[in-house]
Design a protein around this ligand. Sequence first.
Ligand code: HEM
Length: 409
Amino acid sequence: MRSASKEISEPVVTAAPEAEAPDPAVLTDAGWHAEGDPYAVWSWMRRHSPVHHHPAGDLPAFWSLTRYADVRAAYRDPATFSSRQGVLLRPSDQGVDPGGGMTLALTDPPRHKQLRAVVADWFTTRAVREIEAAIHTAVRGSLEQVRTAPVVDFVHDIAGRVSMYLIGSLMGVPERDHESLFRWTNEAFEAGVSLAAHQDLMRYFIAMMEQRLAEPTDDLVSALLGGTVEDELLTEEEVLLNCENIVGATENGRLAIAGGMAAFLDHPDQWRRLGADRSLLPSAVEEVLRWTSSATHSMRTATRDCEVGGRRIAAGDRVVLWVPSANRDEDVFTAPDSFDIARSPNRHLALGIGEHFCLGATLARAQMRILYGELLDRTDRIEAAGPAHPVRSIAVAGPETLPIRLVYR
Ligand code: HEM
């Protein structure tokens, strides 16, 4: 990794001769996302083919959008760019996403707004402020659990545990079951299958649903069960799939938190800077979000013929918004390849924008702020304790394992 200070001093190259044009087809290769350099390809595409057509292969044909302005505009136009057929590229033989029209992520307006209203109260700034104490408890608990371990896997032992503890609490999962929830989501994640395919997890949520139907309480599952859209109660299938959607989305939280830690290990000057000035925590979190861009792509399906960047997109075409590329667009960000925790402005798109803006945004931000703050309070320094392994995925990015050593005060 290059250091931030070196990158800051490097001029932004706008029209250097390209040694060799990369092949945008590599963007469909999960192994290549993990081991190659997708940023180099996106950089080339932003300059030379910002609205790029990929022919069908294992994946169906799709368009790639790589410029910030195009990605932002597509996110903000759900009437033209629908989420209903799925928001992630899926192999052609798997067909369209079965959750279409049922989960928050896969619903279009006007239904989407009503569905979101069923759960939105749990994720507002005020709601998250009310559970700040619980976030501190979750963070301290996870750090206590690894206090004597010589080497800690930051992804599994800290970021994952904190993320799952919080979402489990909101959903009403009793604390004694958090470890199981954590294990099942990890297993689904490691096997690269959707959470819905995980029978133990689904059985657990079905049992929980039956309990809450008999005896509703003040939790997210009860809210979904009592929720109405277009004057009709959600079906049990819709409740289940939305639970899956929300639990599954926390994977992004863990990847961003852990990706941020990896960025700080690569840029120790920025960690020291944060330690010396905690008022930088909010902007540091935004920079971690931009830098890690852990949700790699969002897909949409065009509902009508339209034009983007001079290319004709036909009704029914799939359009892929590459978020990390938008977040390094040199037309929007000064020195986009520098990790700068004081960056301002920083209008990244890591959490999406518009109708489907990340439901868990405030929660994810608070979690990061509190966890990094607590680590700075407790440790003299944090060291890498072995190689980190990246996830192999075209949908999410970040470390799958990140061995570290915490050197306490
Ligand atoms: C830093 C971590 C996170 C990142 C980078 C992230 C990223 C995103 C992005 C890019 C979207 C928009 C997807 C689209 O438009 O197709 C989104 C939506 C969503 N996120 Fe997050 N997310 C994070 C954390 C969370 C957490 C912790 C939760 C759990 C509560 C969550 C729940 C959701 C849900 C339910 C949606 C769908 C919202 C809707 O369609 O209305 N996210 N997220």
